[in-house]
Design a protein around this ligand. Structure first.
Ligand code: NOJ
Length: 747
């Protein structure tokens, strides 16, 4: 669909052709900076403002549309970017219109939410995070960039690097989970994957780290809601993944919808100027979220749109997504002196610099190429990587030995609303992914268990109350040796605007599961969702639980590989799995409190931090994941008992042994606790991880370097850095790691 209607296109083109006197292009200046300066010198205030205006196609909208038709604005250079315009032909059409009709022929930037793949859909970001495999994540984003670029796109609104500790929030599916250290590493891998080494290459797109900042901290997990985060928590927990993304070269950031300490992020000078520009030296540009500037009227920190535009722009927000704030008011604000021209030049210059770096002034059509787009439809290599991503992202939470399933002599009942659900399998934000290209679990298992050996029944939907399919499900189960129940969330239950207060497996699915359990046949729960769902009462009913998240195009084959043992599960949780919604927020890096729970037993004295109706512990800790083999970790060693600032790093090493009978991969995790600080410190924090492959019986030493910088935090005096004193080290394969040692950080 066209971005706005082209109703007025012809007269505008005509007028543009008659009146636009395009100045001759100067000899190509040496650097991007020179070229930007040269161009800015030739631009009017309105043209500079135009670079900061972004409109959407009416497809894939994530909010109300602004009202006007954009063709006249495009023709006068009044639009710098379009979002949600997809496809080589469409992007070319709009690029050509903008370039041919505007005075300075400045190319447009086309952006889209390429969140976990474009045409080849990878598992949702929370899932690939569970792979703990940075190379895989980077490669997946490179595939996404390749496909998106071939479709004429220049820019993805990803990665979402929001730390999220509340699975009621539907957007946990889009991020890396709860941990700052892991989230920072993943942010960098994703930025590298999208942007590659050379932005001018035709298979790269700009990354956009979002949502700056603390969107994952929305109260009660309710989307678009407010936050209450101290500067300390902001700096220790929420900001580092953004900083990491900036250090990896992310050219753009998106301001979050939420307010932070009373100021919406869209106008938050502390974030957009002090932290981002002054402290981190960010040189790129910041885009608002959808009508984020306009929303300040609802937030209540601006009385009208002009004031909202003024506040946002002065705070450091460069581009207005699908709003009218800058288009209507920015030029006037500059002319009145309310906004300095230097700020306008800096913002427009940053957008132009990105366009130069992408090579758009040299060839505005270099990415969108219909032939290349066709070639970039799911090609075997992309599909193979997507399958591998599924194999490495699924997390095995329980297995009484029933998995892997034998492929010979077994009849399988595959039951549930997600067993053959191509669209739902892709999850939230599925780009140009097409249900017809998805291989479902049913299709994949039918290859392995042909004919009557696979008995399928949908059973019910994920919502509603229709149980008419239960009888067919029972019948399918009756003739089978094992039941695989594919339950969880439809795609419409995950992602933006899908906050939930009840995280039970929804609709009639739980009753269906109980009926399957009542057959006496062993049940394997295949959970497909964008977040942890409550399993405390479910796990006792089933023989195994494999969490497949929303696994994307190749979900079926990847899951079949795991169920049958062609691949060995190696995913580990990046979000603590609660027992109940009442425990939320629950995360491993919590504070100890003055009355921590005793390590064991039930003391007479109940006055410690606890519930009277639930343990404090989660159902499964952060970092947890089973395998079809077993691993033993021992021989924890520190290279020294004293870490000297400026001296050699301390090395923590451990021996990891595969004690089972098949090859597998282990995620070895290093946690540190700072015993005494100028402010209270978390009970443990991840400071290193390695994913290693070991053959049956094989052993390997794994080591992690630790430097004083790794121990830094926002201290009582509001500076960042480590404090001398005692530290505990824990190594294991989840956040409950029990191997422990201690060292001292010297003065
Ligand atoms: C709103 C979402 O919050 C943001 O993540 C997304 O990039 C924009 N809409 C554009 O679709």
């Amino acid at each position: 669909m066209l971005p706005r209607s082209l109703r007025c296109c012809l007269p505008v083109c005509f007028l543009a052709a008659v009146f636009a006197a395009a100045p001759a292009a100067p000899a190509t200046p040496a650097s991007v900076d020179d070229r930007v300066r040269d161009l800015l010198a030739r631009m009017t205030v309105e043209e500079k403002v135009g670079q900061l205006v972004q409109y959407s196609s009416q497809e894939d909208m994530t909010g109300p549309a602004s009202s006007s038709s954009i063709a006249p604005q495009l023709a006068v250079g009044g639009v710098g970017s379009l979002l949600n315009v997809k496809g080589a032909a469409e992007t070319r059409k709009w690029q050509k219109f903008a370039i041919d009709s505007s005075r300075l022929h400045i190319p447009l930037l086309f952006g889209l939410d390429v969140i976990h793949g474009y045409r080849t859909i990878f598992p949702v970001p929370l899932a690939t995070a569970c792979s703990w495999d940075m190379a895989l994540i980077e490669q997946a984003e490179h595939v996404a960039a390749t496909e998106a670029a071939a479709s004429g796109l220049h820019w993805t609104f990803a990665p979402m690097v929001d730390i999220a500790r509340d699975p009621r929030w539907g957007r946990v599916a889009e991020g890396a989970g709860e941990d700052t250290y892991l989230g920072s590493a993943i942010a960098q891998a994703r930025v590298r994957g999208f942007q590659g080494g050379d932005l001018a290459a035709p298979d790269t797109i700009l990354a956009c780290a979002k949502h700056f900042a603390a969107y994952g901290a929305v109260q009660a997990g309710r989307d678009y809601y407010t936050t209450d985060v101290t500067e300390r928590v902001l700096r220790d927990v929420y900001l580092p993944p953004f900083h990491a993304a900036v250090e990896a070269g992310a050219v753009t950031l998106m301001a979050a919808f939420n307010d932070l300490d009373g100021t919406p992020c869209s106008a938050n000078a502390f974030l957009l100027d002090r932290v981002l520009r002054q402290e981190w030296g960010f040189q790129g540009f910041v885009v608002s979220d959808w009508q984020g500037i306009l929303e300040m009227l609802e937030h209540g920190n601006a009385g009208d749109l002009r004031e909202a535009a003024r506040q946002s722009f002065l705070a450091g927000l460069d581009m207005d997504m699908e709003g009218e704030a800058y288009a209507r008011h920015l030029a006037g604000l500059v002319r009145s002196g309310a906004v300095p021209m230097a700020r306008l030049d800096a913002a427009a210059g940053a957008v132009l610099a990105a366009k130069f770096r992408l090579g758009l002034f040299d060839d505005p059509y270099r990415r969108g190429d219909e032939a290349r787009e066709k070639a970039a439809r799911p090609v075997p290599e992309h599909l193979a990587l997507a399958r591998e991503a599924v194999r490495r992202s699924c997390v095995l939470l329980k297995n009484n030995g029933i998995l892997p399933l034998p492929t010979a002599g077994l009849t399988v009942a595959l039951v549930g609303p997600l067993a053959d659900a191509a669209a739902d399998q892709m999850g939230c934000w599925n780009g140009e992914g097409r249900p017809g290209e998805v291989v479902t679990v049913r299709q994949a298992l039918a290859e392995i268990y042909p004919g009557a050996r696979l008995r399928y029944a949908e059973g019910c939907r994920t919502t509603g109350d229709d149980r008419r399919g239960f009888a067919a499900a029972r019948a399918a189960a009756a003739g089978a040796d094992v039941i695989v129940a594919a339950l969880g969330e439809a795609k419409s239950q995950s992602g933006e605007t899908t906050s939930r207060t009840n995280l039970d497996i929804s609709g009639p699915q739980l009753d269906l599961l109980r009926e399957l359990h009542a057959t006496g046949k062993p049940v394997v729960l295949l959970l497909m969702s964008g977040r942890p769902l409550m399993l405390e009462t479910v796990e006792p009913l089933v023989a195994a639980v494999l969490v497949a998240w929303h696994p994307g195009t190749m979900g079926g084959p990847g899951i079949a590989d795991l169920l049958t043992g062609a691949a060995n599960p190696s995913g580990h949780l990046t979000l603590t799995w609660p027992r109940s919604v009442g425990q939320i927020p629950i995360f491993y890096a919590h504070k100890n409190s003055g009355r921590p729970a005793p390590k064991s037993g039930h003391p007479e004295d109940p006055y410690y931090s606890r519930y009277i109706d639930s343990p404090n512990t989660p159902l499964h800790p952060f970092g947890f994941g089973l395998s079809y083999t077993r691993f033993a970790l021992d021989r924890l060693r520190l290279s020294a008992a004293l870490l000297q600032p400026g001296g050699a790093p301390l090395t923590v090493s451990v021996r990891v042994r595969n004690t089972g009978t098949r090859a597998g991969e282990e995620v070895v995790q290093l946690y540190v606790r700072d015993r005494v600080g100028s402010v209270t410190r978390p009970v443990r924090e991840l400071k290193g991880f390695r994913k290693i492959a070991l053959a049956a019986g094989e052993a390997q030493d794994v080591s992690f370097p630790l430097t004083p910088a790794d121990l830094g935090f926002w201290r009582a005096d509001q500076t960042f850095g480590p404090e001398p004193g005692e530290f505990e080290v824990f190594v294991g394969d989840d956040a409950d790691a029990t191997l422990t040692a201690a060292f001292t950080l010297a003065q």
